[in-house]
Design a protein around this ligand. Sequence first.
Ligand code: NAD
Length: 337
Amino acid sequence: MSQPSSQLQDQTRKLRQQLQEAAHAYYVLDAPIMEDEVYDRLYRDLQAIEQDYPHLITPDSPTQRVGDKPAAQFTSVRHTIPLYSLDNAFTLEEFARWQERWQTRLEERITPEYICELKIDGSALALTYEDGVLVRGVTRGDGETGEEITPNVKTIRSIPLRLQGEKIPPRVEVRGEAFLPLETFERLNRERQENQDPPFANPRNAAAGTLRQLDPQIVAQRQLQFFAYTLYCPSDEGDRPFKTHQEALQRLQDLGFWVNPHRQRVQSLQEVQAYYEQWEQQRRELPYLTDGVVVKLNDIPLQERLGFTQKAPRWAIALKYPAEEVPTTVESVSFQV
Ligand code: NAD
């Protein structure tokens, strides 16, 4: 392999630094300093260089890590199972390449069955329940360690403080997305402008910034909501006493969570494409922002065989929509789940 020129090495260092500064502003300060499309373009430039010259990869490269370190004002909590990000595809060709990648890791050929979900533009949370009672809420942080924000999480009405139903396992961990409905986001930004505070760049930064407020009363006023999408029930039988993701989502709903109703089981690339195209249009009618769809292998034993890379599961991918302005007005908000 040829050696990178000193100019390319300089460019790599510069890209890394720019992305590190932007990631810190975005994830820790909740105040982005560049547009997402610019960040994504620089990120892909760095990825392309690192792919050609793997020895230029450093452990702190933004391509090698999730989010950023937890902020110092919160207690850091280590996730029992990493809460990583998702790999992205921007086209169906990239999606097909991802499908080929996980397939080649297996000895046998598999006809995939996927669950397609909306990608909610919010902030990931991990919730722990002991004997059915919510005891801890933690942000994603850097994927290994997050920030403990339990009092803030308790203000979110769509997060049950006690799980519903019978035969609740002694320990349950639920993951999902906290988000600000568009109407609430717009109200919040109007109020901030009236108070001469800088407006939030988008609902996602507003949700992340709200979750990390030190005063739970402010969090309560902002009316965050939560959609659940992952369930772990650590027990003698392992973490996942169900065979499919579809069953896990149903179980989450039975336990009292909101699970996004627009999920769909699909079995071909054409069906993935149809789901993506449908929601690329219909998302404008939703009272919350989605920035793509997430496609997950339905078979949980298969998910477990495939495992994780150092920043994302191998069994799921986000298929992102092209960038678009946030709409300025929305119709009434009503959640039917
Ligand atoms: P991501 O937003 O692309 O996707 C991963 C996240 O999707 C998960 O952590 C989870 O919170 C969320 N999610 C939503 N719905 C989900 C579902 N149904 N199932 C599973 N997960 C779901 O990845 P990321 O690492 O959080 O952030 C990368 C994004 O952040 C990029 O788009 C980038 O543009 C942006 N960013 C921007 C800047 C900037 O300076 N503007 C800096 C850093 C990152």
